[in-house]
Design a binder for this molecule. Structure first.
Ligand SMILES: Nc1ncnc2c1ncn2[C@@H]1O[C@H](COP(=O)(O)OP(=O)(O)O)[C@@H](O)[C@H]1O
Ligand SMILES: [Mg+2]
Length: 189
């Protein structure tokens, strides 16, 4: 038998074809050189809800994103693909207000009524633009119970009673979650 270089991802199955970072860069460069701003706008049906224009952003003095452009329409899903360290998370961090933005704009909203959120910090982004950033994992408060985590999700609501009411609606919908309401969130599934 020939050597099989099977690489396991998150320990759920595997992938038997892995392309190198250089290959990804070459493919991205091919795509990147051809995509115009008009094409990006057309992909968002010329009615974007999120617009990132000419963004230069990074951490401290280090610039990670160079003249980055993106548009997404309401209800659209967007998948960012790129090698580790390419800056995918940095795009999300920039929207949410976690990065240092050197240049460019981030606008959110329908039609002409877009709000410029470029300069907003994470707290303001959540409060003023109602944008939340949900991490792939480790996005719960591990030492709080499942139900307390849900109450936290309602912290922008007018009263704690309203937050609890909303949590009850979630429990009514998801039995498995309701059965674990007093378990600590870190205990997982
Ligand atoms: N909090 C941070 N502070 C400093 N540098 C960071 C931070 N987060 C990411 N970086 C750097 O920014 C670059 C892009 O990282 P990232 O956006 O996480 O890439 P991806 O999500 O595509 O894997 C990498 O060089 C990474 O080391
Ligand atoms: Mg990432």
């Amino acid at each position: 038998m020939t050597e099989n270089k099977l690489s396991t991802g998150y320990h759920l199955g595997g992938v038997d074809t892995v392309i190198s970072v250089d290959d990804v860069n070459r493919e991205a460069a091919k795509l990147g050189s051809d995509v115009t701003r008009e094409q990006i706008a057309a992909l968002a049906a010329n009615d974007p809800y999120v617009v990132i224009e000419g963004l230069n952003a990074g951490y401290g003095k280090m610039e990670v994103l160079h003249d980055f452009n993106l548009q997404v329409g309401r209800g659209q899903s967007l998948c960012l693909i790129g090698p580790n360290g390419a800056g995918k998370s940095t795009v999300l961090h920039s929207i949410y207000g976690f990065t240092h933005i050197f240049n460019g704009h981030i606008l959110i909203g329908d039609g002409e009524h877009k709000q410029d959120i470029t300069k907003l910090g994470a707290n303001q982004t959540l409060k003023q633009a109602r944008i939340a950033y949900i991490l792939q994992d480790k996005s719960v408060f591990p030492n709080m119970t499942v139900e307390e985590n849900l109450w936290m999700g309602g912290y922008l609501l007018k009263s704690a009673a309203e937050a609890k009411e909303r949590a009850e609606r979630v429990f009514a919908k998801y039995d498995r979650l309701a059965a674990r309401r007093r378990a600590l969130a870190r205990e997982g599934s």
